[in-house]
Design a protein around this ligand. Structure first.
Ligand SMILES: Nc1ncnc2c1ncn2[C@@H]1O[C@H](COP(=O)(O)OP(=O)(O)O)[C@@H](O)[C@H]1O
Ligand SMILES: [Mg+2]
Length: 214
């Protein structure tokens, strides 16, 4: 079924965090996800191994293997979430040739906005080849409330052509940063902070699925 690639060559943008949380969110709705870890750092597969429950994953970075295996995964699993690599490589191009949705997390800083535009360029190239696919959505991650950077980044991302801007902002939250070390996601953690983070992510994921289905 649908394949979502979480993509941005900038390390630290939140690809692995978003991939693991998206997979958990889908699983909690009984939509069987598979995570494909396409990043050499293996953050998401290490994270998934540490969870108390099982979310299936595959570690796969070779572009040829990805193009051969992804169609099979899409037949077997209801959802495929790909944690993209930290480079704009052949692997990224291969993923964009197959994915239904490119989900692009972006930190609110000038450097990150510039690197997101490199990612968007590849998305545009894939869209031209594939007649409009993959659909694409960009959003702010690790935003800090009340900062000018956040407002400026919001304005910049709204202007990006050919990519949907998701208005839900994911804020920088300690509970999200802690979740990897706790072998959990905020969907499994208790307390008010986890609840707030959870609601924010839920809203984001619903918007992303709407873009995918729209
Ligand atoms: N919304 C957030 N709030 C706080 N920390 C975050 C958030 N998103 C990501 N992080 C942290 O930022 C760092 C980079 O995130 P990660 O998901 O590994 O990015 P990437 O996979 O793009 O390199 C990690 O330490 C992660 O815990
Ligand atoms: Mg990562």
């Amino acid at each position: 079924m649908p394949t979502i690639i979480v993509v941005n060559q900038k390390g630290g943008a939140g690809k692995s965090t978003i991939s693991v949380h998206l997979a958990r969110w889908l699983q909690r709705q009984k939509k069987a996800p598979l995570v494909v870890d396409a990043d050499g750092q293996r953050t998401s597969s290490i994270w998934l191994e540490s969870l108390e429950y099982e979310i299936p994953f595959q570690v796969l970075q070779d572009p040829n293997e990805l193009l051969e295996q992804l169609p099979k995964f899409a037949e077997t699993y209801e959802w495929v979430v790909v944690d993209g690599p930290a480079t704009l490589s052949e692997t990224t191009r291969a993923l964009l040739l197959w994915a239904d949705l490119a989900l692009i997390p972006c930190q609110p800083s000038g450097v990150d906005l510039a690197s997101a535009s490199d990612t968007v360029r590849l998305v545009r190239q894939a869209k031209a080849i594939r007649g409009g696919l993959p659909k694409a959505a960009i959003f702010l991650n690790k935003a800090i409330k009340g900062t000018r950077l956040k407002d400026e980044a919001f304005a910049v991302l709204q202007q990006v052509q050919d990519v949907n801007f998701l208005e839900t902002i994911i804020h920088q939250r300690q509970v999200v940063a802690d979740s990897f070390g706790q072998g959990a996601t905020v969907f499994d953690m208790s307390g008010t902070a986890a609840g707030t983070a959870r609601r924010e992510l839920e809203r984001l994921f619903k918007q992303a699925v709407e873009i995918l289905n729209g």
